[in-house]
Ligand binder design. Structure first.
Ligand code: ZN
Length: 135
């Protein structure tokens, strides 16, 4: 799940005006015309974040999902925390092996998410452990 507050560099209790002013600053900073192609992902994320958080109804719904998400990540049984560049690599992609022998695969989608969230959680497909991957 993408934390749009993180994208707009605000906390969950930020006011509408605060979100709006951060959005305006960030959208200028990351505009593809100014910053080159590599940050256009970020540009779209900022627009997406404002589309949700700028709308009081959508924001309320998002807040509920986000709280659920964080209560989930707080309760996971963490196997390990690894940096993305410390992962092993095979023909299927980047991975870390779990204690049970299962593999935590870090897909490209997850890596894109990681850039905005700074941490992602991957559940082991075979046991109850979760791997935390950081930048
Ligand atoms: Zn496992």
């Amino acid at each position: 799940m993408i934390d749009y507050y993180e994208i707009l560099r605000c906390s969950i209790d930020a006011s509408h005006d605060q979100l709006k002013s951060n959005y305006k600053k960030l959208i200028l900073l990351h505009h593809p015309d100014k910053s080159g192609e590599s940050t256009s992902d970020r540009f779209h994320l900022i627009q997406e974040a404002w589309d949700v958080l700028g709308d009081s109804h959508k924001r309320k719904q998002f807040d509920e999902e986000l709280k659920l998400f964080y209560s989930y990540t707080k309760n996971v049984i963490l196997y390990d925390t690894v940096k993305v560049d410390e992962l092993n690599h095979d023909s299927d992609g980047d991975y870390k092996m779990c204690r049970c022998g299962g593999h935590y695969y870090v897909t490209n989608d997850l890596k894109i998410l990681l850039r905005s969230l700074h941490a992602v959680y991957i559940p082991c497909p075979f046991c109850s452990f979760t791997l935390k991957v950081i930048e």
